[in-house]
Design a protein around this ligand. Structure first.
Ligand code: NOJ
Length: 720
């Protein structure tokens, strides 16, 4: 297999076929899609229907998963490919920002556009089914795959998930929501039982899936873990009762890779497709395939159920309009040398990655040193391997000796190149500024010496994490929340040596910051995991070409014990914090975070005023509306993220407040705009365990609007 080159090449020099990435507008309603699907499936034999539901095996097909094609009636082999941030195992494609960065933008349009780029590129490679988004909740701050998803809040996960579905499916691909459900840590992911009550299950963990079903999602991937001691992929309650009946999901359920454990119990439990098909990778056997045919013939699985399985799969395919003008699959996931050259990246995509990289950067502290002006300094010192271009390559990115821009595992994509932070800063600073660097994280003396005579010192540090099948230094879930590679000591040493120190952290999630009060640390910059344009996105913000507006999609605590949930090594993982996930736990227990959920600074300042709440029943199922005026009171143009939190009547037993709206508004210096929020019946409901129904509690509600979960500027009450 050819591994990606991590050198800085220019894509414009590439030759080859430019993929025809124009979307067709063949989208259908579910009813129309079912009508088409029923027509085809009704002509299929049992074996042909089984073929649709069965993967051909791991490592031997073009994509990470492929179904069997059918002839007469014709139905293609569907190509299933990771993942949540781009097209895995693909050359000439773009490596964009991770899911956690999309969440940090708090911007629906950017979330949609990101998914549109992913959809265009995957479509150009002939992928039918995109294996994303991931909406696994960042329940414990060190969860290994939290960076693939959208943070610690279900509402944010739901909005970002739905935008992903729309963006990808508008490009005629089926999106796949994963990992359904309660798959929130890597430790023992295949052997643990997630133990959660019915209300928490729905209000926190199923919530994002409900929003994606509303957005028309075509497929859902069931996860490895157990619920009530039954594998999720054969869990009748989770798949049939909750997903298919309660949420009215009309698409299909595929297994995570190797998460199928039986034939009839899986098919009857709600699983529609087994992936990658084999029982154990490479054994040529399958729980579906001939075993499913046999189960249908001997009555363990009804033919009606098999028809339902095949119809759901075909319907998803027709819903997104893959039956017309669809590109052939040119991926060669396991034979990269023979991958035809099809260029799906473009200048537009690259520019977009740079833009969303900057828009997702979170400025945590700034005493005024930023934005930089090249006039004010002649020498910049850059310290830390996290500023360097990576020079090593290995499977699914489970090694990294340079700047960190993605975690590791199946949710990664190849890098065509990486603009390192050093390169980005050096280019932007221009010839009049001398830039010196050291990438040795362990030689703190050399770092201090280099920093000591610079006008400004940037010190870079990182954390890494990823998926279970790969381990880095004993981590997949992070073992702790400290910085990697001697980061704390490096930051301390540089800050001791230079009174204009700026800390930059590329991290998969929250970290501890023992040095935060150091008087020489003049700014802390948090770019998250920004993809191939990382250095340019960073420089855009550092030099003030872009005014930062990213917001934390998780809480950064003062100490690890402050968090409400932790990775468990037990078989039974108790979700004992119930509804108090993330910031809700900090609010409920009156714990001061270091940096709150929703927090992030700007180079400008914003005022909020004149909040008005109305309970007049509006269009659709809106029960209340709020309007607030936001004014840019500084002298720099920029975006503010206004956030709306709802406090339910006390009798509801909800956390003190929950996010139920956000709007990123761009304001010129001095400009004011009215921001509108609508709260629907869904937004104002709770799941009542006694009646097993969603209900709108009666009583007094509070709307709190502000710049973070701990920076509420205006609030008002209303009665329902
Ligand atoms: C296992 C991962 O959990 C899942 O997210 C991924 O889509 C499949 N492998 C396929 O690579």
């Amino acid at each position: 297999m050819i591994l990606p080159s991590l050198t800085s090449i220019t894509l414009l020099a590439l030759t080859g076929i430019l993929a025809q990435a124009k979307p067709t507008s063949n989208l259908r309603t579910w009813d129309e899609a079912y009508a088409k699907a029923e027509q085809v499936v009704s002509k299929m034999s049992i074996e042909q229907k089984v073929g649709l539901t069965t993967g051909m095996g791991w490592g031997i097909t073009n994509c990470v998963g492929n179904t069997y094609a059918s002839e007469d009636p014709d139905f293609p082999s569907l190509c299933l490919q990771d993942g949540p941030l781009g097209t895995r195992y693909a050359s000439n494609a773009t490596a964009g920002v991770s899911g956690i960065n999309a969440a940090a933008t708090f911007d629906r349009n950017l979330m949609y556009k990101r998914a549109e780029v992913i959809g265009k590129e995957s479509r150009g490679k002939g992928v039918h089914i995109q294996l994303g988004p991931s909406v696994d909740m960042l329940r414990a701050p060190n969860g290994g795959r939290g960076w693939e998803g959208f943070g610690e809040d279900p509402y944010l996960q739901g909005v970002a998930g739905a935008e992903f579905v729309k963006g990808v499916q508008d490009q005629n691909l089926v999106a796949t929501a994963k990992h359904y459900v309660l798959n929130n840590q890597e430790t023992n992911r295949t052997t643990s039982n997630s133990d959660v009550d019915d209300r928490t299950l729905r209000e926190i963990y199923v919530w994002p899936y409900a929003r994606m079903v509303e957005a028309g999602i075509g497929s859902v991937m069931c996860s490895y873990n157990y619920y009530e001691d039954v594998h999720i992929c054969e869990n009748d309650y989770m798949l049939n009762t909750v997903l298919k009946k309660e949420l009215s999901f009309r698409g299909f359920v595929m297994s995570d890779w190797g998460a199928t454990h039986s034939t009839a119990p899986s098919a009857n439990g709600g699983l529609d497709m087994t992936m990658p098909g084999d029982i154990n990778y490479g054994d040529g056997l399958s729980y579906f395939g001939p075993n499913l045919t046999k189960a249908v013939e001997n009555g363990e699985v009804t033919e009606e159920r098999l028809t339902d399985m095949a119809t759901r799969i075909a319907a998803a395919h027709f819903k997104v309009g893959q039956d017309k003008d669809y590109p052939e699959t040119t991926l060669r996931s396991f034979d990269r040398q023979n991958e035809p050259e099809v260029i799906v990246t473009s200048d537009d995509h690259i520019n977009f990655v740079r833009e969303i990289g900057a828009a997702s950067l979170i400025l945590l502290t700034n005493d005024g040193i930023l934005p930089l002006s090249s006039k004010d300094f002649g020498k910049i010192a850059i310290v830390g391997s996290d500023a360097a271009p990576p020079s090593v390559e290995c499977t699914d990115l489970a090694c990294n000796d340079g700047t960190y821009v993605q975690g590791w595992g199946s949710g990664t994509v190849d890098f065509p190149y990486i603009i390192s932070p050093t390169e980005g800063i050096t280019n932007r600073a221009g010839d009049s500024v001398k830039v010196v660097h050291t990438y040795d994280d362990w030689d703190t003396e050399a770092a201090a010496e280099l920093a000591s005579d610079a006008d400004i010192a940037f010190v870079f540090a990182k954390t890494e994490a990823g998926e279970e099948y790969l381990m880095v230094d004993g981590n997949n879930d992070r073992k702790n929340l400290t910085l990697w590679n001697n980061g704390d000591n490096l930051i301390q040493a540089v800050a001791d040596a230079n009174e204009n120190t700026v800390v930059v952290i590329h991290s998969v999630g929250p970290v501890l910051m023992p040095w935060i009060a150091h008087k020489n640390i003049k700014a802390v910059v948090w770019p998250g995991l920004p993809g191939q344009e990382t250095g340019n996105s960073l420089a855009d913000v550092l030099f003030g070409d872009v005014n930062p507006s990213g917001r934390l999609p998780y809480t950064i605590a003062k100490k690890e014990e402050d968090y409400g949930a932790h990775i468990s090594a037990e078989y039974n993982i108790e979700y004992g914090e119930k509804l108090n996930v993330g910031y809700r736990h900090f609010d409920a227990n009156d714990i001061e975070p270091l940096f709150a959920f929703g927090y992030g600074l700007s180079y400008s300042t914003f005022d909020y005023g004149k909040l008005k709440v109305n309970t007049k029943r509006g269009k659709r199922d809106t029960l209340a509306t709020a309007t607030v005026f936001v004014r840019n009171t500084g002298d720099v143009d920029g975006a503010e993220v206004a956030q709306a939190y709802i406090s339910f009547p006390e009798s509801a037993g909800e956390p003190p407040k929950v996010l139920r709206g956000f709007e990123r508004v761009y304001l010129k210096a001095g400009q004011q705009r009215k921001v509108n929020f609508e709260f629907t019946e869904t937004d104002l409901s709770i799941y009542d365990e006694e009646s097993s129904c969603w209900v709108v509690p009666e009583g007094e509600y509070t709307v709190s609007i502000g710049a973070s979960s701990r920076d509420i500027r205006e609030s008002a009450t209303f009665e329902l």
